[in-house]
Design a protein around this ligand. Structure first.
Ligand SMILES: NC(=O)C1=CN([C@@H]2O[C@H](COP(=O)(O)OP(=O)(O)OC[C@H]3O[C@@H](n4cnc5c(N)ncnc54)[C@H](OP(=O)(O)O)[C@@H]3O)[C@@H](O)[C@H]2O)C=CC1
Ligand SMILES: O=C(CO)COP(=O)(O)O
Length: 346
């Protein structure tokens, strides 16, 4: 038995308590300063108010002030914040983690740099004062939290610098429904699964466009599939730009699929497609975790920098550029269908 301390009681970290606890490990779940009500609720009856699932009896719950006690004696740390908690995690959590135990993070996203390159969150954390010398690993791949809690079969990737550490982390979480590949291509896995959030917004515009035309509930798959295909094409190019292995497109495309059908990102794309302005859509979705806005903005900024430096042409990313126009310039949805046409002679 190992002791695993989960920091951040969001939906995904809480869902991951299922495989960990079922493997016989001691599970300690620590809330962030924003998770107070979540932890209070869990202490009462094990019900997670956001995940809407009852966690296993026997999990230990901690408020943020009790974090150090929860870390004491732990064999591994699971980081559960979203992109919005990345700085808090760097400042308040990383310095408290003993250097001899590994961190596994669920956070999906990347940070754009001045030179147009993109940095993964593990790389970012490794460079912070508190992250120096820590083994920082991450989870990517298609897996929505509530379906993991319901034990639907999921295939994900754990990535990090050291294969032995990844094998250890895998041994903690692997079950007959949670299937884990391991990869030392951190930038490849992380880039693929971060980008899917930007493109999931793009694909779900078609969901809203169909509803705008024919009423709520109307569905058309041709347009969704066209945007899905274009999204995969642009993701592959971006994967090549960051130097990730092309095979990671499996995690990116799989994650795009699950997010379009079951993710929160679908909600914003749908509202925009129906004709709401970006501000109206954001107002309607107040309180929902929407990382797609952050990653689409950052990736588009990186592409525009690369274009300005003469390294790549932004016209090669028409879907990303349109998503960026919608969310950052208040432009209406007007999918650039013709720019998706290509010629291949050869
Ligand atoms: N949900 C899913 O199905 C999946 C999610 N992921 C990834 O996991 C990560 C977490 O997602 P998920 O659990 O769903 O998100 P949630 O919004 O449920 O949880 C996010 C966590 O981060 C905390 N947090 C948010 N903002 C801050 C902040 N400013 N300072 C400190 N803590 C903060 C949250 O506190 P609070 O809840 O109070 O806001 C919560 O503990 C994301 O990067 C997501 O992409 C990966 C796979 C699947
Ligand atoms: O990452 C996810 C599934 O793998 C969840 O996506 P959302 O953040 O859109 O819910």
């Amino acid at each position: 038995m190992s002791i695993i301390t989960f920091i951040g009681a969001g939906q995904m970290a809480s869902a991951l308590t299922f495989p960990a606890f079922e493997n016989g490990h001691e599970v300690r779940l620590v809330g962030t300063p924003l998770d107070r009500d979540v932890i209070d609720g869990l202490r009462k009856d094990n019900f997670h108010i956001n995940l809407k699932r009852t966690l296993h009896e026997g999990i230990k719950y901690y408020q943020v002030e009790e974090m150090e006690e929860a870390i004491k004696g732990a064999d591994a740390i699971l980081g559960g914040v979203s992109s919005f908690g990345v700085d808090w995690f760097a400042e308040e959590v990383l310095p408290k983690i003993p250097r001899n135990i590994p961190l596994l993070s669920v956070t999906k996203g990347m940070i754009d740099q001045e030179d147009g390159s993109m940095m993964t969150y593990p790389e970012f954390w490794e460079q912070t004062e508190g992250g120096k010398g820590l083994s920082i690993n991450a989870i990517g791949g298609p897996c929505t939290s509530y379906e993991l809690a319901d034990k639907d079969n999921s295939c994900v990737a754990f990535c990090g610098r050291n294969m032995e550490t990844l094998h250890y982390l895998k041994s903690l979480f692997t079950t007959d429904y949670y299937h884990i590949s391991c990869s030392t291509d951190v930038v490849g896995v992380e880039c693929a699964v971060a980008l899917k959030n930007a493109y999931a917004l793009g694909v779900s515009l078609a969901v809203g466009l169909a509803e705008k035309k024919e009423g709520i509930g109307a569905v058309h798959y041709n347009s969704q599939a066209a945007l899905f295909g274009q999204g995969v094409r642009e993701m592959r190019k971006l994967l090549a730009i960051v130097g990730g292995n092309d095979d990671n497109i499996v995690y990116g495309a799989g994650d795009l699929y699950v997010t379009v059908f079951g993710g929160r990102t679908r909600k914003i794309g749908t509202l925009l497609g129906r004709g709401l302005s970006f501000d109206q859509a954001m107002e309607e979705l107040k309180g929902v975790t929407l990382e797609s806005i952050v990653i689409a903005t950052r990736t588009a900024r990186a592409v525009k920098r690369l274009d300005a430096l003469g390294k790549y042409k932004k016209e090669e990313f028409p879907l990303l550029m349109h998503v960026d126009e919608i969310i950052n310039q208040g432009k209406p949805v007007n999918i650039p269908w013709k720019s998706f046409e290509v010629e291949y002679d050869g």
